[in-house]
Ligand binder design. Structure first.
Ligand SMILES: C[S@@+](CC[C@H](N)C(=O)[O-])C[C@H]1O[C@@H](n2cnc3c(N)ncnc32)[C@H](O)[C@@H]1O
Length: 220
């Protein structure tokens, strides 16, 4: 993903230069993803988004985190690194091929015992999770039409005070264009659903391609 899509090139460069940079392992994963997937490498979150995810997972004191949309593993490693000691991350994706890269990097990062891959449509994976599983932190970054379902399934299992982070919520800046097609209308519906939801407090940040932080009300 392009860094800081909504800033001038100079400001975007400055912002990236002033976020703690990725380590060698994440850099090597980004590099291999570019080599293996070509243009699809843009599906990966940007380095400063990764730094933010580690920070947010840490601030949430997350013991159980869920990721919807793992791809080659960049964001999963960032989230897993922020978990509380003994914490775990359930990573959902449909692609055996892309997540085979993620698995190799989880092993290199010493996170094999921390991250559990669930292959299959994420809506089914989430519905199959027992209600007693209390989620502290979640990241949604998969098919845009699925966001409302992922949001509902995650929110009902999220602890009060827990956090859901949703990516791509500004759709390259096209979100306010009524004529925009593709995934834009679905994302607009999702953004409207979140802002109308009295169960949560949310803020949409112009960070990366738009990142919405959604905190479940209640709790501390
Ligand atoms: C934007 S990429 C995720 C990028 C990842 N977060 C990262 O930082 O590298 C979206 C991913 O969602 C997955 N995906 C698409 N539809 C899905 C579905 N219905 N259930 C689960 N995963 C899905 C794709 O296979 C793809 O790997």
């Amino acid at each position: 993903m392009k860094s800081a899509a909504f800033l001038s090139p100079a400001l975007a460069e400055y912002l990236v230069a002033h976020a703690t940079p990725p380590d060698d392992l994440l850099r090597s994963l980004a590099e291999e993803t570019r080599r293996l997937t070509g243009e699809q490498a843009s599906l990966q979150i940007s380095p400063e988004q990764g730094t933010l995810l580690t920070m947010l997972a840490g601030l949430s004191g997350a013991r159980l985190a869920v990721e919807v949309g793992t791809f080659t593993g960049y964001s999963s490693i960032c989230i897993a690194r922020g978990l509380a000691p003994g914490g775990r991350l359930i990573a959902c994706d449909v692609s055996e091929e892309w997540t085979s890269v993620a698995r190799r990097y989880w092993e290199r990062a010493g996170l094999t015992g921390t991250i559990e891959l669930r292959l299959g449509p994420a809506a089914e994976t989430l519905r199959a999770m027992p209600d007693e599983e209390v989620i502290d932190f979640a990241f949604i970054d998969a098919d845009k039409g699925g966001y409302p379902v992922y949001y509902e399934e995650l929110l009902r299992r999220l602890r009060p005070g827990g956090l859901i982070v949703a990516d791509n919520t500004l759709q390259g800046g096209r979100i306010t264009d009524p004529a925009a097609g593709g995934t834009v209308p679905a994302m607009r519906e999702f953004n409207d659903l979140v802002i109308r939801d009295p169960r949560v407090t949310s803020v949409l940040l112009p960070f990366g391609d738009g990142l919405t932080l959604i905190r479940k009300n209640g709790g501390s």
